[in-house]
Design a protein around this ligand. Structure first.
Ligand SMILES: Cc1ncc(COP(=O)(O)O)c(C=O)c1O
Ligand SMILES: N[C@@H](CCCC[NH3+])C(=O)O
Length: 460
C-alpha cells in the first residue's frame, strides 16, 4: 500500500479514534539500511555519513543542514545505468538540482530532465551537454521553448496543441529541426497521493490517449516539416511502489506506436516511460526493484512492438526521487521539548515546513533518529514540529524518540534528498539551509545557506 493512498486532507484531520500511532521501534538507535544513505553508520553513538560525524557537520556549517551522501547518489545513478544498459536514464532535476548535482549527473553519464528555463540554466552553467537534456512542462513559455530550440536541447516534450504550433514557428524562425515527443496521458490511475498522480484523464498534464487528443497531436507534429517527431512520453505519477501501473502505461504507449505505424506508415524510434519509482520512507514501505522493472518494461514493449511488426524502440526512464531521495538527510537541532500531558511530546526543531513541506502538503511520512548520540532511554511518543506559525508545520506527525531528548540534541531525518530543497520556501523569512556533500570523510558546501541579505535582496 502506498504511503499516499489517502486523498489530500485526510491526514490533516484530527487523528481518528481507531488510528493508533505506530508502535515504538525495538531499537531507537538503529539505522535501517534501506532507509538511510548507503554510507551512514553510528560510530561512538553519533551518526556519520560519508565518513563525517553529524556533530562536526553542524558545528562547521550550522543547522538545519541538508547533507547529501555523494557516494549514495552516484551509486544509484550507476544502478540505473546498469539496469537500463540498452536505454537512456535521465535524472529528473525537479527532485533536487544544483550545479554540483548537475555535474554528478553529467559525470555518471545520465541525461537530465528540466521543466523550466531556470533548471535549464543550472544545467547549462556547468557545461551539461544540451543534447542530453529533455525539456518538459505543461505550460512552457515561448521564451523557454525558444531557449531550448536555440540551445539545441535534445528533446522537447510537447504537452499541448498550442505548444506544437509554437514549436513549429520557432523551429522555422531559427532554421533548426528539434526532436519532439508527445506527452501522452495513458489513463492509468496511479496508486499514490492525488496531487502527484499524473496519468488519469482529469488533470493538466499531457494529451489523452482515450479521447484521441494524443493521436491528433501526432498528426499535427507530423504535418510540420520543421519538427522531428521521435517518440512518445508518459509519466504516470510519483512515489509509486506497485509496478503494475508502469507496465500498463508501457503497454498502452507501445500500442500507440503501433497505431501510428498503421495510420501514417511512420516508425517512431523512442519511448520515454517517465519516472515515479517510489522509495521507502518508513519501515515496511515497499519500493520497486529497478532491475526487475527494467526487465519487465523492456519485455512488454518488445512484445507489443513485435506483434505490430515494429522494432524495439529505445527506452528512456526519468527517475528523480529514486536517485536522490535516500542520498539526503536533514539535520536539525532540538530547541524545545514540550510534554502535552496524556497526549504526546512536541519536539520543536529549527526548521520545518520551509525546508520540508511534504508532510504538510501530502501527509508524507519520514523516519528520524537522535543523531548526535545514542540513547538507551525509553521511547517517547513525539511529534517532530518546526518553528513556523502554522499548526500544520510538522516534519513527522508521529514518531518515537528517546525520553531523555533535550535541547541541543541533533535529529536526523532520513529520505529528504528529493522534493525538500526543491520545494523549499522562505515562510516566516527563514533562510533556506545550506546543502553539504559528504564523501570519503570530507564535507563541502554545494549550496550556501541563505543569509538575511539574501532575504532582503530586491526589496525597496
Ligand atoms: C515528466 C516527469 N518525469 C520524471 C519525474 C520524476 O518523478 P520521480 O521523482 O517520482 O521519479 C516527474 C515528476 O513526477 C515528471 O513530472
Ligand atoms: N513534489 C512531489 C513530487 C512531484 C513530482 C513531480 N512531477 C513530492 O514531493 O513527492
Amino acid at each position: 500500500m502506498s504511503r499516499f493512498a489517502h486523498p489530500a486532507g485526510d491526514r490533516h484531520a484530527e487523528q481518528l479514534p481507531d488510528e493508533r500511532p505506530p508502535h515504538a521501534p525495538a531499537d531507537l538507535n538503529a539505522l535501517t539500511p534501506a532507509l538511510w544513505p548507503r554510507t551512514s553508520e553510528r560510530i561512538d553513538g553519533a551518526i556519520t555519513i560519508g565518513g563525517v560525524d553529524v556533530r562536526d557537520l553542524v558545528a562547521e556549517y550550522g543547522s538545519p543542514l541538508l547533507v547529501m551522501d555523494e557516494e549514495d547518489f552516484r551509486s544509484r545513478c550507476r544502478d540505473y545505468r546498469a539496469s537500463f544498459h540498452d536505454g537512456d536514464v535521465h535524472y529528473a532535476g525537479k527532485a533536487f538540482l544544483c550545479r554540483e548535482v548537475a555535474r554528478w549527473i553529467m559525470q555518471e553519464g545520465l541525461g537530465l530532465d528540466v521543466c523550466s528555463a531556470g533548471e535549464l540554466a543550472v544545467a547549462l552553467s556547468v557545461g551539461f551537454p544540451p543534447e542530453r537534456i529533455t525539456l518538459h512542462g505543461n505550460n512552457k513559455s515561448v521564451a523557454e521553448l525558444e531557449r531550448a530550440v536555440v540551445t539545441g536541447v535534445g528533446h522537447i516534450v510537447a504537452d499541448s496543441f498550442e505548444e506544437i504550433a509554437r514549436l513549429g514557428y520557432l523551429a522555422d524562425k531559427h532554421g533548426v529541426r528539434p526532436k519532439v515527443m508527445i506527452r501522452v496521458t495513458v489513463g492509468v490511475e496511479a496508486h499514490t497521493h492525488e496531487f502527484i498522480a499524473t496519468s488519469h484523464d482529469d488533470q493538466k498534464f499531457g494529451l489523452s490517449l482515450s479521447s484521441g487528443a494524443a493521436a491528433e497531436a501526432v498528426r499535427r507534429v507530423l504535418a510540420l516539416p520543421s519538427l522531428e517527431l521521435v517518440g512518445l512520453h508518459s509519466h504516470i505519477g510519483s512515489q509509486i511502489s506497485e509496478t503494475a501501473g508502469f507496465e500498463v502505461a508501457a503497454r498502452r504507449l507501445a500500442g500507440l506506436l503501433a497505431q501510428i505505424k498503421q495510420e501514417h506508415g511512420v516508425v517512431l524510434p523512442e519511448l520515454d516511460l517517465g519516472g515515479g519509482y517510489g522509495i521507502p520512507y518508513v519501515d515496511g514501505d515497499d519500493a520497486p526493484d529497478i532491475k526487475l522493472i527494467a526487465e519487465s518494461l523492456r519485455e512488454i514493449v518488445a512484445h507489443v512492438c513485435a506483434s505490430a511488426g515494429l522494432p524495439l524502440p529505445r527506452l528512456t526512464v526519468e527517475p528523480g526521487r529514486s536517485i536522490t531521495g535516500l542520498a539526503g538527510i536533514t539535520l536539525y537541532e532540538v530547541g524545545t521539548v514540550k510534554d502535552v500531558e496524556g497526549l504526546r511530546t512536541y519536539v520543536s526543531v529549527d526548521g520545518g515546513m520551509s525546508d520540508n513541506i511534504r508532510t504538510a502538503l501530502y501527509g508524507a511520512e519520514y523516519t528520524a533518529r537522535l543523531a548526535s548520540r545514542s540513547s538507551e532511554a525509553a521511547p517517547m511518543l513525539s511529534r517532530l514540529v518546526g518553528k513556523h506559525c502554522e499548526s500544520g508545520d510538522m516534519v513527522i506527525r508521529d514518531l518515537y524518540l528517546p525520553a531523555d531528548l533535550a535541547p541541543g540534541d541533533l535529529i536526523a531525518v532520513a529520505g529528504t534528498g528529493a522534493y525538500c530543497r526543491s520545494l523549499a520556501n522562505n515562510y516566516n523569512y527563514l533562510p533556506k539551509p545550506a546543502v553539504v556533500a559528504v564523501s570519503g570523510g570530507q564535507a563541502r558546501v554545494i549550496v550556501q545557506r541563505e543569509t538575511e541579505e539574501d532575504l532582503l535582496r530586491g526589496q525597496l
